[in-house]
Ligand binder design. Structure first.
Ligand code: GDP
Length: 293
């Protein structure tokens, strides 16, 4: 239904865009859904309406999705002002990210003023989510110095806010130490925006502690970056990048479905596999076939 989708999105676009888009990532078990549940409920109390979407490339492998388990986000899922959508099934990260972007626009047009995009902290999905949101939150666990070393620098550099979750019970002191360690670490990392130094905070999603403070940081972030025009600029750049990635995907899909290409590509592929033909030359041949067909 590509054509209908395009028409629908074009109709909705004037009403989309009036939200803050927040990406939330972290390793499985760090407490993302618990956090989203309390944050979402807090936001609804403040009068917002919240849409939760997921970018979950693992769904293609496991057959389920990270939000598929019905016990997750129970309160939020039933709240009238919330919309919780499990990850659309997709075989590629690009495909899932694409649908999520589209869903985001539809949610905005429907009046949701806060969009939370959840992703599992594995592989490339963080980058995909950071590229479609205004602000990127990274959830981490209280941990010793050694474990801190294991966190990928690139992921920390994507983060606009770092939260050490599970700062409760006998982990309070460890969480505070972890926060200190990350605070020192972020000083040596590049931040995404010149006007924003990534804050590091602790919270307990389980006890609903620190969540209001998190939202205060989101507000501050939005204010600072709106004032300089950076937020709008960032969105415009994201939209342009999205257009190019759509074109690339459409062209490749079109190329792959071309009859002549389908007929002749297996031979070219075998030659490349066998090392008889350089990949670059193979690619050029396929493209020429497509262009000439
Ligand atoms: P996700 O996989 O990142 O979405 O993590 P979940 O939200 O499913 O949480 C994983 C487990 O950690 C669950 O058993 C939660 O109850 C627990 N959990 C989540 N947040 C906290 C917290 O702040 N403190 C404690 N002690 N446990 C938490």
């Amino acid at each position: 239904h590509r054509q209908q989708t395009a028409e629908l999105l074009e109709t909705l676009i004037p009403d989309a865009g009036n939200s803050i888009r927040i990406g939330i990532s972290g390793a499985p078990g760090v407490g993302k859904s618990t956090f989203i549940e309390v944050l979402g409920s807090h936001l609804i109390q403040l009068g917002h309406s919240v849409a939760v979407l997921a970018v979950d490339p693992s769904s293609a492998v496991t057959g389920g999705s990270i939000l598929g388990d019905k016990t997750r986000m129970e309160t939020l899922a039933f709240a009238e002002k919330a919309f919780v959508r499990p990850s659309p099934a997709g075989s590629t990260l690009g495909g899932v990210a694409r649908r999520t972007r589209e869903s985001m626009l539809v949610c905005e047009a429907a009046g949701f003023d806060i969009i939370l995009v959840e992703t599992v902290g594995v592989g490339q999905s963080e980058t995909a989510v950071a590229d479609m949101t205004d602000m990127f939150l990274l959830l981490l666990l209280p941990a010793g110095g050694d474990e801190l070393q294991g966190i990928k620098r690139g992921i920390m550099e994507l983060a606009d806010l770092i939260l050490v979750n599970k700062a409760d019970g006998d982990q309070v002191a460890l969480a505070a130490r972890t926060m200190g360690d990350y605070r020192s670490a972020v000083q040596f990392l590049a931040s995404r925006f010149d006007e924003w130094q990534t804050p590091v905070m602790t919270c307990s999603s389980l006890n609903n502690e620190g969540v209001a403070e998190v939202w205060a940081q989101v507000d501050a972030f939005k204010k600072v970056l709106s004032e300089t025009g950076r937020l709008q600029q960032c969105r415009a750049e994201q939209a342009k990048a999205w257009m190019w990635s759509e074109m690339t995907e459409s062209l490749v899909a079109d190329l792959k479905s071309d009859e002549r290409v389908k007929l002749l590509v297996p031979d070219i592929e075998s030659a490349v596999l066998a090392g008889e033909l350089p990949a670059t030359v193979g690619a050029q041949r396929v493209i020429n076939l497509y262009k000439n067909s």
